[in-house]
Structures are given as C-alpha cells and as structure tokens.
Design a protein around this ligand. Structure first.
Ligand code: K1U
Ligand code: ZN
Length: 167
C-alpha cells in the first residue's frame, strides 16, 4: 500500500465527475488500500478517489474514535435523505480551512463493498456528513462551494499564495 499525493483546491481536476466502477477487482482493492493509507496518514476521516486524481466512484470513511473502522463505498447512491444539520467541515484538499455546511441529517446510501456485494447503510451524525462530503467529491464538488463567493475567493487566494510559498 502507498500514501498517494492529494490534489489541492483550486486544482481543476477536483471538479471532474467520477465514473462508475465497472468491476470490483484487485486493481480497485489496491486503490482502496492506498486510499485508506492516504486518509489515515493525513490524518482524515474520509477520502474520495477524486482527491488522489483517480476519477472512479470510490470513497473510504472512518469516523471511529480509534481509526479502526474503515468503511468502503463503491458506486455509492443516496437513496434517501431527511432532516438538516449544520456541522463544521474540513477537507484534505483544502488544508487549514474549516467552515460550517448544512447537509441532510439522516441518509440511506446503497453501494458495493470490496467484494462487489451490494449493501445498504443508514447513517446519521458525523458519518452522514462525511459520506455526503465524499460523495460530493465524486460529483466534482468541493465543500467550499457551499460558502459565499467572498469566502471562496479568499480561500483560493490564500491557498494559491501558500502553494507559491512552498515551491
Ligand atoms: O474529504 C476529505 O478531504 C476528508 C475530510 C472529511 C470530512 C471532515 C469533516 C467533515 C466532513 C468531511 C477530512 O477528514 S478533514 C480532516 C478531519 O476532519 C479530521 C482530521 C483528524 C482527526 C479528525 C478529523
Ligand atoms: Zn474533502
């Protein structure tokens, strides 16, 4: 397994819409292993394949206290959502930026697991927020797009400046 380089906002590749996985094979399982290693190394509680410049519909999530409950979603589909909650979000592709986003409080998601088996999961709280955040990545959406234009412009300016300084 390997820690993969992350794309950083405002990289245009973060706006790519990911393609469905046609077959859950060893190359997808290798990608999942690398994504998990990348997420735990960051550290983070979720990661979408988009963030490592792989435009396939794969996300990994681990919101457990001790980082010992990896959840994998291949070709995830939101089958229902209910309620609203506002929660502070961060993003490994937008380092150092945290802000509140309103999302559905309860969701039901359908996906394939690492064996290609279909499963359905009901989620709420941080897990529901994190799954929605990661599914947004697969649509080419970054959480800062929920913020005001003024905040988005400031964030872009700050991250471009930081990228120049670290060259
Ligand atoms: O998609 C990502 O970039 C991962 C992101 C997931 C996320 C966090 C918060 C709300 C919604 C989605 C992160 O993991 S940011 C880092 C973070 O939240 C964290 C890092 C270390 C310990 C605990 C949390
Ligand atoms: Zn993110």
């Amino acid at each position: 397994m390997a820690v993969l380089p992350l794309l950083h906002y405002p990289d245009q590749r973060l706006h790519t819409v990911a393609k469905p996985v046609a077959q859950v094979d060893d190359s997808i399982r290798r990608l999942i292993g690398d994504m998990a290693e990348t997420m735990y190394a960051a550290p983070g509680i979720g990661l979408a394949a988009t963030q490592v410049d792989v435009h396939k519909r794969v996300i990994v999530v681990d919101v457990s206290e001790h980082g010992d409950n990896l959840q994998v979603f291949i070709n995830p589909v939101l089958v229902s959502k209910d309620g609203q909650c506002e929660r502070e979000e961060g993003c490994l592709s937008v380092p150092g930026i945290y802000d509140k986003v309103t999302r559905a409080e309860h969701i039901v998601v359908e996906a394939l697991d690492r064996q290609g088996q279909r499963f359905t999961l009901a989620a709420d709280g941080l897990l529901a927020t994190c799954i929605q955040h990661e599914m947004d990545h697969l649509e080419g959406r970054v959480f800062v797009e929920y913020l005001s234009q003024l905040k988005q412009t400031r964030i872009k300016t700050r991250l471009r400046k930081r990228a120049r300084e670290t060259l």
